[in-house]
Design a protein around this ligand. Structure first.
Ligand code: ADP
Ligand code: TRP
Length: 321
């Protein structure tokens, strides 16, 4: 089984990214041949400062390795180190119906917010399809918001195969249902574009402030809360604490008697503990840039070997070669 996923270096990674995408991807590296990359070409559609892009790429590399991506088990690389993917994007573009892209959330959301989309943003699912197809991936672990893009990938692969003969492997999205959508501090989906994130590797002070600032209702501590499961702090606690701690806290909240201040303190304690080891590891990695560069260079070499083979196959199928 070939597993593939990518993450954009378009900001600082938050716990939504961790539980929605990184953690499932890290777990999957035990079950097959995993290819994970930093999608810096994709970040071109939203980040317009060169230095910021470099900084974010570095940050994602450190975060992912610190959280447990193992470069011995997985191939870890930067998207643009395999430029073959942009050529495949063109081959796929030419079989992509406009209507398919017009229906994509990534594009529709920008229109709804009155952001004038660039062509890169409109065409972004085609680049993502090329990312997936160029590695013959079978399984693509992503958060729920990316499922549609994997479906577009399947459509394009089927279309290309139909026109030019069997060329691409048809991939399946894999969504981890338990953590499909992590709520942000305001209760909406956690996303850097909503400024409601808790970042994985922020300082203790910043994280405490974020957690203590979680938006709660005005009920008194003693009031029973039959809807306790919907509380944002409880939902986040479910992700970072053991099942026992979670159900005990949930019961207390439901019965009445647990104040929101204490609930948030419990959440902070477990949050801080959850990432303690990763924080230590990240400091070590940050002090050893040569190691990190080496991992990414090795990854790029392995990825490029696979990609150039698949691109050759696609070129031959459609009569470019
Ligand atoms: P953002 O919404 O902050 O811009 P991205 O779109 O860059 O995040 O998402 C990167 C990965 O993390 C994707 O696989 C996405 O599905 C996942 N992800 C992002 N936010 C969440 C969330 N709140 N819950 C679950 N998964 C998420
Ligand atoms: N579009 C994805 C995101 O914003 C990142 C990504 C790019 C990706 N190429 C990919 C994810 C290929 C999975 C497979 O999160």
């Amino acid at each position: 089984m070939r597993i593939l996923s990518g993450i954009q270096p378009s900001g600082i990674l938050h716990v939504g990214n961790y539980f929605g995408m990184m953690k499932p991807a890290i777990e999957l590296q035990e079950q097959g041949e995993a290819y994970y990359f930093i999608a810096n070409y994709h970040s071109m559609t939203s980040v317009f400062e060169a230095e910021k892009r470099r900084e974010y790429v570095r940050g994602v590399a450190l975060d992912f390795l610190a959280c447990g991506l193992d470069p011995v088990k997985s191939v870890f690389f930067i998207q643009s180190d395999v430029p073959e993917v942009t050529e495949l994007t063109w081959l796929l573009s030419s079989v992509t119906p406009m209507g398919l892209l017009e229906r994509c959330h990534s594009y529709k959301d920008k229109l709804a917010k009155d952001i004038s989309p660039n062509h890169g943003l409109f065409a972004y699912p085609v680049l993502m399809a090329a990312d997936i197809l160029i590695y013959d991936a079978n399984v693509v672990p992503v958060g729920r918001d990316q499922k549609q893009h994997v479906e577009v990938t399947r459509d394009l692969a089927i279309k290309f195969n139909g026109l030019y003969g069997e060329t691409f492997v048809i991939p399946e999205p894999q969504i981890s249902e338990a953590t499909a959508t992590v709520p942000g501090v305001d209760g909406q989906k956690m996303s850097k574009s909503y400024h409601n994130t808790i970042n994985i590797f922020d300082t203790e002070k910043a994280i405490r402030k974020r957690i203590m600032g979680l938006v709660m209702d005005s009920r008194t501590p003693d009031e029973p809360k039959p809807d306790a499961e919907k509380n944002i702090a409880i939902q986040l606690l479910k992700l970072v604490a053991s099942a026992d701690v979670y159900s005990e806290t949930l019961e207390k909240l439901r019965a009445g008697g647990l104040g929101y201040g204490d609930l948030k303190k419990t959440l902070f304690t477990h949050y801080w503990e959850q990432f303690a080891e990763a924080r230590k590891r990240r400091d070590e990695l940050e002090a050893d840039p040569t190691y990190v560069d080496g991992v990414l260079a090795d990854g790029a070499e392995k990825a490029r070997e696979v990609a150039s083979g698949v691109l050759k196959r696609a070129r031959r199928a459609c009569g470019i070669d």
